[in-house]
Design a binder for this molecule. Sequence first.
Ligand code: C2E
Ligand code: MG
Ligand code: MG
Ligand code: MG
Length: 285
Amino acid sequence: RAKSAGGNRFELADPEADARAITRHGLTTALPAALERDEFFIEYQPLVHLGDGSVRGAEALVRWLHPQHGVLGPDRFIPLAEHTGLIVPLGRWVLEQSVRQAREWRERHGAAGPLRINVNLSPCQLTHPGLVQDTVDILERAGVEPDALCLEVTESALIGADDDLLKPLRRLAEMGVDIALDDFGTGYSNLANLRRLPVSILKLDRSFTQGMQQFPADPVDLKIVEGIVSLAHSLDLAVTVEGVETGAQAEQLRILGCDTAQGWYYARPGPPDRLHDLALVDATG
Ligand code: C2E
Ligand code: MG
Ligand code: MG
Ligand code: MG
């Protein structure tokens, strides 16, 4: 922001912005090698049935163990990977790892383990022509049935989607893969539009769950969630809630008719072994 002494020339001096830009640039250029060097890893967060508290599945959440910066969350690098196209091979890697993990849970624990795996898809993966075939191949290689997989697509990625964009999702849904509408309620999609989408699950955004934090909950939030749940159920969609941090929220959301929940109240995202321990505890106790 310093104005140079000599008159009409301005110099930008914002070292923090510089550092951010350098990091962003540095991270972007480091991404391809990171994939080759296996610096990414996946944490799993249980999906819990609100009716009986059993672990039904898990969401796969990718992280980057950066050699200098330590563990980076997806918000730091997914947008960069989307920008450069690396999201396609990275997303394929996440899918393959997650599906194999689901296979391992099943082999070791049968019905007592988490049965389903949720994997996030970015909009760039949706428009990539290899999506359906890659998914089929990955499931076949792992020996996992399509109905064990749920692909999460954000509401905003599907707003205004035309038929070409929906076609691969439709094909996956016909094969038995579940499609979930992630972060539902944050976009401005036309609710009637839901009928066109090949989705079977709505994942209600964390912002709604936050309104249930106090007891009694915010009455407007209650009404909104109640309305979304009844609309979803009337369209044969299951409702999953994210960001459940307290027992009061879980109870409130259960009463409102939500089907499945996910959040720190049950477990933070963690390594795969922790997840099947949780599933076993609840199967035996
Ligand atoms: P998301 O799919 O909506 O995932 C839920 C996010 O909420 C995760 O953040 C999770 O750690 C966090 N979370 C879970 N329970 C709680 C809670 O009780 N309280 C709070 N405050 N947060 C909770 P995370 O892991 O940082 O992931 C952020 C986003 O990055 C994800 O949002 C998803 O959109 C994206 N993402 C993660 N993994 C992948 C991936 O493999 N591919 C793509 N394309 N996107 C991914
Ligand atoms: Mg998700
Ligand atoms: Mg979500
Ligand atoms: Mg979210």
